[in-house]
Design a protein around this ligand. Structure first.
Ligand code: ATP
Length: 401
């Protein structure tokens, strides 16, 4: 039996009839280390071929890799080419249990606040966010596009009197961005809601939502967090409750004072975002914060200008460890202003007529936001690459497996 078993390739699935015996000695590097099995019969359920790398090698901790230079880390592309084997590591299984928890917490929180879950179309007739970052596809005798966000449709749901809606769904971006934080397909956690008095109702709800997700992960996924931090050690996320809200202009001022000047009316560059994250952490001891009142010029056409200073807008981003995880705003609910803003952004009005027309039949003030699921998890866990938090990542160079 021993020689039969030792000839079996790793990853073969066995059914074993055995006696469970206690162990006097602690065994390292196994998930169960206080008992062992004395096998009587061994059956092969499913024989594996020799895998390209072992799950053990794929599980080596960062600390061990640094300590023992003879360990060669398995290259990310090799892992992703063989994602089935790679996903078998305890760390990866834990990462995707955590991902599932983020979605559950998002859904539970919003349902408890009276939101309705919707499913908007992903095949659409024109680019939802404008611009060139859209995938075009053949659609029978014509062409169509893949949705860059559920933006227009979740707003149309508000026009249709749903009051509060959310969606968890795929988002497609034809950006040739080969970075640690961009995918061409990611999962969007989106919401949109009516505003009664002030758009800060949306900001406050979003802040509460993030705190609920962070707390929920700590409470429900302690085991998974421990497993992940064994392979990829990270500092637990620091956050304040209620979260810190800074105005964009305060952020610009902090950057200026620290010697990193920037144009106060353009968007933050990735480098500025990172530096500001560090400055905020030093000053306010938080890894999560909200940046409010972005310059209007840095935001999409449907963003509501600030009523008191039209150089700014009622819009915000939310950051984890110095990187954006959410972008949101109060939206324009007046069709004339929307048309004017779209023209200013050089958007072909004829292509978004049905969207603009939706606001002609009475629409309440509303706002919302879009969160990138993979990005939230990557930054929460302090991981260095978004491909680690996407089950089968899609980027400009990868559409398989
Ligand atoms: P960035 O400036 O980082 O490219 P963006 O401004 O294009 O992001 P939005 O269009 O506002 O992002 O999208 C909302 C959220 O969706 C972002 O905060 C981020 O969490 C996520 N997201 C956006 N683009 C990507 C992408 N290419 N891959 C993964 N997640 C993304």
């Amino acid at each position: 039996m021993v020689s039969f078993c030792s000839a079996l390739p790793r990853e073969t699935l066995l059914s074993i009839e055995a006696e469970v015996v206690g162990l006097s000695q602690f065994v390292e590097d196994t998930t169960v280390n206080s008992v062992e099995l004395k096998a009587r019969k061994v059956f092969v359920l499913s024989r594996s071929i020799t895998p390209p790398f072992s799950v053990e090698d794929a599980s080596v901790s960062n600390a061990k890799l640094e300590e023992q230079p003879f360990y060669h880390p398995i290259h990310q592309d090799v892992r992703l080419d063989n994602r089935i084997i790679d996903l078998r590591t305890p760390t990866n299984l834990a990462i995707f249990r955590l991902q599932s928890s983020v979605c559950t917490l998002f859904r539970e929180f919003l349902l408890s606040k009276g939101f309705t879950e919707i499913h908007s179309p992903k095949i659409i007739s024109s680019a939802s966010e404008g611009g060139a970052n859209v995938f075009k596809l053949d659609y029978f005798k014509g062409s169509a596009f893949l949705a860059q966000s559920p933006q227009l449709y979740k707003q149309m749901a508000i026009c249709a009197d749903f009051e509060r809606v959310f969606e968890i769904g795929p988002v497609f971006r034809a950006e040739d961005s080969n970075t640690h934080r961009h995918l061409t397909e990611f999962t969007g956690l989106d919401l949109e809601m009516e505003i009664k008095e002030h758009y800060h109702e949306v900001i406050n709800l979003l802040g509460e939502l993030f705190i609920c997700i962070f707390r929920g992960l700590e409470e429900r996924n302690e085991k998974e967090l421990k497993i992940i931090s064994y392979q990829f050690p990270f500092e637990p996320l620091k956050y304040r409750n209620p979260p810190l809200i800074l105005n964009f202009s305060e952020g610009v001022q902090m950057l200026n004072e620290a010697g990193y000047p920037m144009d106060p009316f353009s968007d933050l560059s990735t480098a500025h975002e990172k530096i500001l994250g560090k400055l905020v952490k030093d000053k306010y001891q938080t890894d999560f914060y909200i940046l409010d009142k972005y310059p209007l010029a840095a935001r999409p056409f449907y963003t509501m200008p600030c009523p008191t200073d039209p150089k700014y807008s009622n819009s915000y981003d939310m950051m984890i460890r110095g990187e954006e995880v959410l972008s949101g705003a109060q939206r324009i609910h007046d069709s004339e202003l929307l048309t004017e803003r779209a023209k200013l952004h050089e958007i072909d009005i004829s292509k978004i007529n049905s969207y603009i027309d939706s606001f002609k039949y009475g629409c309440p003030p509303h706002g919302g936001g879009g969160i990138g699921l993979e990005r939230v998890l990557m930054l929460y866990l302090g991981l260095n690459n978004i491909r680690k938090t996407s089950l089968f990542p899609r980027d400009p160079k990868r559409v398989t497996p």
